[in-house]
Design a protein around this ligand. Structure first.
Ligand SMILES: Cc1cc2nc3c(=O)[nH]c(=O)nc-3n(C[C@H](O)[C@H](O)[C@H](O)COP(=O)(O)O)c2cc1C
Length: 212
């Protein structure tokens, strides 16, 4: 019997009312469908904004609660739904802007509610900003790869705004024509990271089959 397709979350990290995040995620999503490995996985968009997470109010630290232990969060807490959703995926692609040299506070807050959700799972970060959001990209790699022990792929994609178009995403959530044209030229990098991610999933599958 054919095994169920592995699931990949495509996470939108920003949550401002006029954010460009969903547009950037949709741009990435279209690129992923052109990959020869696209049909081997199911990609689903996950928008952190929809979880309405409160400012971090966990009574302890998620790192102290492996997922098989009951969470100390009260029933119905939005972070439980966030965690449950993340646990349905085998790998993750983060699409994040950079705010003041790091991850957006809303996403960092969401990340702090997690830990084991990402442990040992493949993870790929795509960032955007004036210089492609390099600091946010690094921060995500450190939190997920070094602290939470996720398997961060080698490829990091940095998508920079065209010099005179930054106000458009910031004020209207739109991508300017020069930005889009430049990003089209980075499709190969996005596909490379995606294929590395899927490669890690395949290695896991082989290991599972050997162990079975
Ligand atoms: C609070 C704030 C801080 C920002 N800081 C940075 C920054 O440090 N580096 C950068 O490249 N862009 C920065 N920007 C510009 C963002 O790249 C741009 O506004 C982008 O559209 C934000 O993503 P979003 O629209 O999905 O929220 C900042 C924007 C905001 C709203």
């Amino acid at each position: 019997m054919a095994s169920a397709l592995k699931k990949v979350a495509l996470i939108t990290a920003s949550s401002r009312p006029t954010r460009a995040g969903p547009t950037v995620t949709s741009f990435i999503s279209k690129i992923l469908t052109t990959s020869p490995v696209a049909s081997s996985v199911e990609v689903e968009t996950v928008d952190v904004k929809t979880f309405n997470l409160p400012l971090f109010d966990h009574p302890s630290a998620p790192a102290m609660f492996p997922l098989n232990l009951p969470s100390p969060l009260p029933e119905g807490h939005p972070a439980l739904a966030w965690s449950k959703k993340l646990q349905t995926f085998d790998a993750y692609i983060l699409v994040t802007p950079e705010y003041n040299g790091g991850l957006p506070a809303g996403f960092k807050n969401a990340l702090d509610y997690t830990y084991y959700e990402f442990t040992s799972k493949p993870f790929f970060t795509i960032s955007y900003g004036v210089h492609g959001g390099n600091f946010a990209n690094e921060e995500a790699s450190r939190a997920i790869g070094v602290i939470m022990k996720g398997k961060v792929v080698d490829t990091k994609v940095l998508l920079p705004w065209a010099r005179d178009e930054m106000m458009l995403p910031t004020a209207e959530g739109k991508l300017g024509p020069k930005t889009l044209e430049a990003w089209e030229g980075q499709k190969g990098e996005v596909l490379k990271g995606f294929e590395e991610l899927i490669g890690l999933l395949k290695e896991e599958k082989v290991a599972e089959e050997i162990a079975a």
